[in-house]
Design a binder for this molecule. Structure first.
Ligand code: ZN
Ligand code: ZN
Length: 314
């Protein structure tokens, strides 16, 4: 089967062995390219089929999204209901630790499957994972209607954050640098701005660099909160503004699924109810054999991509 791997910083489509073993073989419909993929490829990731944002059909024809994280089920974090902070969450992550979804088929542990209701656009399944990331971060805040909320960064995570907040009836300002980001923000019902004010109750940092972090500190009111999404790839310096304003910093990683709530299920429901979100976010669609070009498009702002999806067939 065809599959996408990387070596020495470049992306290749290879002829890989068919997956086999215990579990469910998923025939993949679509798979997304994430900023963390681009980063890890530059750091030398190799020897694995890429892709942690994907879904497809089970052998019985059920459309599913796949939670790419693992869990041991026995450690303290798993027992406490926080399997996303289990060592196995990242330790058996599809696309970085075990083979991922940028392929025609993949072997998945059945506990990682999330059913997608009929009537949902099959192209939406690869958007469930980044949307679950966003839902987890939002659910880590005590956000309420009437609050002033800011998102810094109008890539896919920032725009999905704005989209979810709008579905919850919350007005949201999002800092956009590029025209295509402003268009997407407006299509999602958020307010695209160039320069934020200084009195936001909650700021979402969807970039996680020193510049975006400092901008959030500046924009957040005293005793407000900043949510850090995704990965902080380099050290961040703190300064006395955080102390003087008593700002709470809330890191958010992956998605939770305990007995009371499953971020993946909430993401599936949102995409089912609001198909315009997929249309606004997935700006580029390629066939699997075009993977090298698709990664260039995802990596280079000149192409105006927000989220790039690859399909086994278009
Ligand atoms: Zn991702
Ligand atoms: Zn565990």
């Amino acid at each position: 089967m065809r599959a996408v791997t990387s070596s020495n910083g470049s992306v290749n489509v290879i002829d890989a062995d068919e997956p086999q073993g215990d579990g469910e073989i998923i025939t993949i419909t679509s798979s997304g390219i994430c900023g963390s993929d681009l980063h890890l490829i530059k750091l030398g990731l190799s020897g694995i089929i890429l892709g942690h944002e994907f879904g497809g059909f089970t052998s019985s024809g059920q459309l599913v999204a796949v939670r790419p994280t693992g869990e041991c089920g026995t450690c303290q974090q798993c027992s406490r209901g926080f399997p996303h902070t289990c060592r196995d969450a990242a330790g058996s992550l599809h696309g970085t630790s075990i083979n991922g979804g940028l392929a025609e088929r993949v072997l998945v542990d059945p506990s990682r499957l999330v059913l997608v209701p009929s009537g949902t656009d099959a192209a939406s399944v690869a958007l469930v994972e980044p949307l679950a990331v966003v839902i987890h971060g939002i659910n880590r805040t005590a956000i309420q209607q009437g609050m002033k909320v800011l998102v810094i960064g109008a890539g896919s995570i920032g725009l999905l954050t704005a989209a979810v907040l709008v579905t919850r009836g919350i007005d949201v300002d999002i800092v956009c640098r590029h025209a295509h980001q402003k268009m997407a923000a407006e299509a999602l019902g958020a307010k695209a701005i160039d320069t934020p004010g200084t009195d936001y109750d909650i700021s979402f940092d969807a970039v996680c660099t020193q510049q975006s972090f400092d901008a959030c500190v500046n924009a957040t009111r005293p005793r407000g909160s900043i949510i850090e999404f995704g990965m902080i790839w380099g050290p961040l310096a703190l300064n006395n503004s955080i102390m003087l304003k008593e700002i709470s910093i809330v890191p958010s990683i992956f998605y939770s699924h305990d007995h009371s709530h499953n971020d993946f299920e909430e993401a599936v429901q949102i995409l089912h109810n609001h198909p315009h979100i997929t249309n606004a976010i997935v700006t580029h669609r390629f066939e699997l054999s075009e993977a090298a070009h698709a990664f260039d498009v995802a990596d280079n702002k000149k192409f105006g991509a927000i989220k790039v999806h690859l399909f086994s067939s278009l």
